[in-house]
Design a protein around this ligand. Structure first.
Ligand SMILES: O=C[C@H](O)[C@H](O)COP(=O)(O)O
Ligand SMILES: C=C(OP(=O)(O)O)C(=O)O
Length: 360
């Protein structure tokens, strides 16, 4: 082994605008800032149980085409009005993907999907699509994967996720402790819930940490701590974890850690064995459990786009509105399932309806 291979230096690919520069180029505005503040507050009220609606974070596994994302947002906005008495809809606008090993890492990294990795353009398109969706009136959710990327978009977000692969990471817990928005920590890919409970506890504390400021300068920061966090059950290598027994055991872990019992179920990923068509089964179980009195269940997540399924991108023309990462439910199915969920939550409770609800 020689010295060069021991100490490789990163090759700088492209210089980037600072977060302040991008915010200036694609600005929010005072009305939008106020709207985002209200969206965050509404989500927090649902998560705390003050508002009895169910939070629904739905949208594509990843954004690759801003036009299709805006098309989906327009449909979701209309649906949102029809179900707003029971469901609080928030759109998944995922611009970064954590990969198990390698693969396309999202719009922020490679907006042309051709390996050219124009990351400045990726950041620009990412911020712009989020800003346009918030301007339409929909709350925006994303996975906070790279803390540097988060600086470019966090003012636009109503909700954030820390994914299964990063929930144990101190950097992500520090990042969340400095954010003024609700954030869900997922259980890890093996199904471990305690790491997410520990993350919730860690993020509630203030931290001293290394970061970059708005001008892009490295900075030593101190964070205030974030208590608006909750658990997301996404299943794991050991199988799904949305059954009443799994929810009860997760609630016990949260209570033992002195953490509020607020749980979201991710209907996708290991809870649906990565088969998008199984997401409705998971959703039905959550609705049934809610109607059966499982108050800790405060939200669900769906992977949904315009066209069903997923596609590989190999230089051929892409199918409009179809995921290039994990498979999604079609728009028609999503609409049908969310209307059905809202209807089920509206129906008056009776002993017979309680007996007929199906669960995992
Ligand atoms: O949600 C998306 C994927 O499940 C996650 O990014 C991992 O993807 P991969 O296993 O295809 O890399
Ligand atoms: C990557 C995701 O989920 P998880 O972290 O649960 O794998 C996702 O929601 O896109």
């Amino acid at each position: 082994m020689n010295v060069e291979t021991c100490t490789p230096s990163p090759a700088c690919h492209q210089s980037l605008p600072s977060p302040a520069m991008l915010r200036q180029a694609i600005p929010s505005h005072p009305d939008l800032d106020e709207r985002i503040k209200m969206q965050r507050r509404d989500i927090c009220r649902v998560l705390s149980g003050e508002d009895s609606r169910l939070l629904v974070v739905t949208g594509p596994c990843s954004i690759h085409d801003p036009v299709a994302a805006l098309d989906y947002a327009q449909r979701l906005l209309q649906l949102s009005e029809a179900v707003s008495d029971q469901l609080l809809l928030v759109m998944r606008v995922y611009i970064e993907k954590p990969r198990t090993i390698t693969g396309w890492k999202g719009l922020a990294y490679d907006p042309q999907l051709d390996g050219s990795h124009d990351m400045a353009e990726g950041l620009r398109q990412s911020r712009e699509v989020m800003r346009d969706i918030v301007s339409m009136g929909l709350p925006v959710a994303t996975e906070l994967l790279n803390p540097v990327v988060a600086r470019y978009v966090d003012d636009l977000l109503a909700w954030g996720a820390i994914g299964a692969r990063t929930t144990e990471s101190q950097l992500h817990r520090e990042m969340v402790s400095g954010l003024s928005l609700p954030v869900g920590f997922k259980n890890d890919t093996h199904g471990g819930i305690q790491v997410a409970v520990d993350a919730i506890n860690s993020a509630a504390h203030g931290h001293y940490c290394f970061s970059v400021d708005d001008s892009g300068q490295p900075a030593a920061c101190v964070t205030p701590g974030n208590r608006d966090t909750h658990l997301v059950l996404r299943g794991g290598a050991s199988g799904p974890n949305f059954s009443p027994e799994s929810v009860a055991s997760a609630s016990t872990l949260l209570a033992a850690a002195g953490v509020a019992p607020a749980i979201m179920v991710d209907c996708s990923h290991a809870n649906s064995f990565k088969n998008p068509e199984r997401q409705p089964e998971v959703l039905s179980s959550v609705i049934a459990q809610r109607r059966g009195g499982a108050e800790a269940l405060r939200g669900v997540m769906l992977e949904s786009f315009i066209a069903a399924g997923r596609q590989a991108f190999t230089g051929t023309e892409l199918t409009y509105g179809q995921s290039v990462t994990d498979g999604c439910l079609s728009w028609e199915r999503t609409e049908q399932e969310l209307l059905r969920a809202a209807q089920a939550l509206r129906a008056p409770m009776s002993c017979s309806s309680l007996q007929s609800v199906s669960v995992e």
